[in-house]
Write a protein that binds this ligand. Structure first.
Ligand code: KG4
Ligand code: ZN
Length: 391
C-alpha cells in the first residue's frame, strides 16, 4: 500500500510518500519513496513562539512545492491534468493555496498511491485546517480514501520503527512487548500513555499547564536565546557540564512526589524568571548554569514519573516521542534509569532528526489506520486542536 501523508499541525509543513506492507506482528516493512519538509522556525523566531495565523499562511504557500518535491523524489509526478471544479469550494478558506493547487492539478495527473493520510489534531487549529482541506482537495481530485491521523500517535508509531542496518531504505518495527508505556514530550504535550495493545491508549497523566517543550522555549526566551529554545538550552547545558561549572542555581522539581502521573512546568519557568531577575545582567556562565539546572529539573521530573509508571503498570517497553525526545541529556538519563531498573525493559527512542515533527510519522500511523479500514468521509474530517489519544 502506498500512502501520501500531510502534516501541518504546528510550524513544520511536511509531505511524505511511503510504500508499506504487512501488519503489526506480521512482517511489517516500509520504504520511504519521497519525503519533503520545510520548517518555519526562523519565521516565528521574532515572536518567541509559533504565531498561528502566520503558520497558516506559510503552510498555504509551502504545501504544493513540498508535494511536488516529495512526488518528484518518488518518481510519481506525471503530466496530465484533472478536474479542478470543486477545488474552490474545498479551499474557500485557503485563498493563497487555491491558485497553487489549481495549477498543480491542471498540470499533473493522479500518482500511484492508495490513500492520503492527514494530521487532524492535536495542534494549532488554523494550521491543522490547511492540511485537512489540502488533503480533502487531493482526495477529491484523485478519488482516493482519506485517513485522519492523530499527531501524537504519529510520534508513537515512528519511535517504534527502525531502519535495517544493511539497507537504509527498508525499515520495520522494533521488537517490543506490552504493556508499552509512552512518554510523549513535545511543544504542545507532556503525557504518559499506557498501551496494552498496538494503537490503543490510556492516558495516565499529562501536564496541567505548560508542555515541557513550551517550558524549554519560554526559558530560552528568558535567557535571550532564539526560538525554538530546546536545542539552544541543550547546547548551553552541555557546555556547563563539559566545563564542570559550579552549581549555584537551584530550581524546583514541580510535582515530582505527587501521587499521580501529571506534570506542571509553568512553575519551573517562573522560578527561572526569578533567578534571572535576581541576577541582573546575565553572563554566559550564569546562562549555562541556568540551562543545565533547568534541563536537569525537567529530566528529573519526567524520569521519576516514568519510572513510577513502569513499576505500577509493569511496563515491558518504554517509548519516548515528540520534539523534546531529541534532547541528549533526557535520552541518556532515561536510558540509564531504565538500564538500572533491570528486567530487560526495552527503550524505544526515535533518531534525533525524526524526533521533531515530520510527515513520515503521519504516513506510518496512517498506514496502520488504513489497514484497519479507518477511512473517513471527507466532510466528516475536522481539525481538532485538542484531539486525544483513545482506547
Ligand atoms: O514534536 P515537536 O516538533 O512539535 C510539537 O508537536 O509540539 O516538538 C517541538 C518542541 C519545541 O518546544 C522544541 O523546543 C523542542 O521540541 N525541542 C527540544 C529539542 N529539540 C526540539 N527540546 C529539548 N531539547 C532538544 N534538543
Ligand atoms: Zn509533534
Amino acid at each position: 500500500m502506498r500512502i501520501l501523508a500531510i502534516e501541518t499541525s504546528c510550524d513544520e509543513t511536511a509531505v511524505c510518500v511511503i510504500e508499506a506492507e504487512g501488519d503489526f506482528g506480521h512482517d511489517f516493512t516500509f520504504k520511504i519513496l519521497g519525503n519533503a519538509l520545510l520548517s518555519q522556525t526562523e519565521i516565528h523566531a521574532p515572536y518567541g513562539g509559533v504565531f498561528p495565523n502566520l503558520a497558516k499562511r506559510e503552510h498555504e504557500k509551502n504545501l504544493v512545492p513540498l508535494l511536488t518535491e516529495a512526488l518528484t523524489e518518488a518518481e510519481m509526478l506525471q503530466e496530465g491534468g484533472g478536474d479542478t471544479s470543486t477545488l474552490a469550494a474545498t479551499l474557500a478558506r485557503e485563498q493563497e493555496l487555491l491558485p497553487l493547487l489549481t495549477a498543480f492539478l491542471e498540470k499533473y495527473g493522479k500518482p500511484e498511491i492508495d490513500a492520503i493520510a492527514v494530521t487532524h489534531g492535536p495542534g494549532l487549529e488554523p494550521a491543522l485546517w490547511v492540511g485537512v482541506n489540502f488533503a480533502k482537495a487531493l482526495a477529491d481530485a484523485w478519488k482516493l480514501p482519506l485517513v485522519p491521523v492523530n499527531h501524537m500517535e504519529g510520534h508513537i508509531v515512528l519511535s517504534a520503527c527502525e531502519q535495517e542496518k544493511d539497507n537504509d531504505q527498508y525499515s520495520r518495527l522494533k521488537k517490543f512487548k506490552f504493556p508499552l508505556l509512552s512518554l510523549l514530550i513535545s511543544g504542545g504535550h507532556t503525557e504518559l500513555v499506557l498501551s496494552k495493545e498496538w494503537m490503543r491508549y490510556q492516558i495516565l497523566g499529562q501536564t496541567r499547564d505548560d508542555a515541557v517543550g513550551e517550558a524549554f522555549d519560554k526559558v530560552a526566551r528568558l535567557l535571550g536565546l532564539p526560538y525554538p529554545g530546546g536545542p539552544e538550552i541543550s547546547k548551553l547545558a552541555t557546555e556547563a557540564r563539559e566545563q564542570n561549572l559550579p552549581r549555584t542555581v537551584e530550581l524546583p522539581r514541580p510535582m515530582i512526589d505527587t501521587d499521580d502521573y501529571d506534570f506542571s512546568f509553568s512553575g519551573l519557568k517562573t522560578a527561572v524568571r526569578k533567578v534571572v531577575e535576581a541576577h541582573g545582567p546575565l553572563t554566559e556562565s550564569v546562562n549555562m548554569e541556568i540551562a543545565r539546572e533547568f534541563e536537569d529539573a525537567a529530566a528529573d521530573v519526567l524520569i521519576a514519573k516514568t519510572m513510577r509508571a513502569i513499576e505500577e503498570f509493569d511496563a515491558q517497553s518504554i517509548l519516548v516521542g515528540g520534539g523534546v525526545s531529541a534532547n541528549t541529556n533526557i535520552r541518556n538519563q532515561l536510558a540509564s534509569s531504565i538500564k538500572d531498573y533491570g528486567y530487560g525493559t526495552k527503550l524505544l527512542i526515535p533518531p534525533p532528526e525524526l524526533a521533531t515533527d515530520n510527515a513520515l510519522m503521519i504516513a506510518l500511523a496512517g498506514y496502520f489506520r488504513a489497514l484497519k479500514k479507518e477511512f473517513a468521509e471527507p466532510s466528516m474530517i475536522r481539525a481538532n486542536g485538542n484531539l486525544k489519544l483513545t482506547q
